[in-house]
Design a protein around this ligand. Structure first.
Ligand SMILES: [Mn+2]
Length: 286
């Protein structure tokens, strides 16, 4: 039987964005990353509302519970977008993992990814709901072309844009030694899968250090977007007590930090909203 070991989360605004619109949850046995988008403060609001909604009580277990939590998060972001003019048109990605009885249940919407690092190999578990991922899946774009595609951050599904959302979900049987990584595209657009493995493997004993080094690697490659990583590892039952968790929507990127970051710009990349409303709404910035 397996149990949870260490877990941690870390987020950084990157080198180009003034704000951090990502949010994360590291509250064992529940883990998540959300990457918000929308004008004004919409992106920050959307990702935080979604992360906070994951604390709601819902019925069910495993995958059903993960999907119910994501549906609840969607409903809350959607309602907030309707009520708050600052937040209209906002949306967010979400990727959620729940560890229960040796099974990791994962649900996601958008392009924040879950990876499994097992036996010194890294495996991307989620399929991005993004324009370029769809073009790759249908053979119209090569994976190499996708990496540098100008529209690589356009997503085709998001929370908060419709009253209902399609959630992809699946379960993985966890083995002692497994390391799960959930991250926003600010990591994966800057750092390739093999580099993730190279950074993480030598730091398996200290996941805080591994998280810090992944963020550093993304910033060294340009840090064009907010970077968020959440780790949790699976150990032999009885080997280690689960680390104390925390639920932490990102602290506000307050103005005094301007002095400490190189040339912040308010770079703004357009992102699509969900497929059902793509034509009617232009969202921006995640
Ligand atoms: Mn992003």
């Amino acid at each position: 039987m397996s149990a949870l070991g260490q877990s941690t989360g870390l987020s950084h605004p990157g080198r180009r964005r003034r704000r951090n619109e990502d949010a994360w949850v590291c509250h064992p046995p529940l883990f998540a990353v959300a990457d918000g988008m929308g004008g004004a403060r919409g992106g920050e609001i959307a990702s935080r509302v979604a992360a906070t909604a994951l604390g709601e009580t819902v019925d069910g277990s495993g995958e059903a519970r993960v999907v119910a939590l994501i549906q609840e998060a969607n409903r809350q972001v959607y309602e907030r977008a309707r009520e708050d003019s600052d937040a209209s048109g906002m949306g967010t990605t979400i990727t959620v993992a729940l560890f229960e009885d040796g099974i990791v249940s994962i649900g996601h919407v958008g392009d924040s990814r879950a990876y499994l690092i097992r036996d010194r190999k890294v495996d991307q578990l989620t399929e991005d709901h993004s324009l370029v991922a769809e073009l790759v899946r249908t053979g119209r774009l090569s994976p190499e072309e996708a990496e540098s595609h100008p529209q690589r951050s356009v997503i085709t599904r998001a929370l908060g844009t419709d009253p209902d959302v399609d959630v992809d979900s699946f379960s993985v049987e966890a083995k002692p030694g497994d390391l799960f990584l959930i991250c926003s595209d600010g990591l994966t657009s800057m750092v390739g899968d093999e580099e993730i493995l190279e950074v993480v493997e030598p730091r398996r004993e200290d996941l805080n250090e591994a998280a810090k080094e992944l963020v550093n690697a993304a910033n060294r490659s340009g840090g064009e977007d907010n970077i968020t990583v959440v780790f949790f590892e699976v150990v032999e039952d009885g080997a280690q007590a689960a680390a104390p968790g925390e639920t932490k929507p990102m602290p506000r990127a307050s103005s005094p930090r301007r002095n400490t970051r190189p040339s912040p710009t308010s770079a703004c990349r357009p992102r699509g909203s969900s497929s059902r409303s793509r034509s009617s709404r232009a969202s921006c910035c995640s």
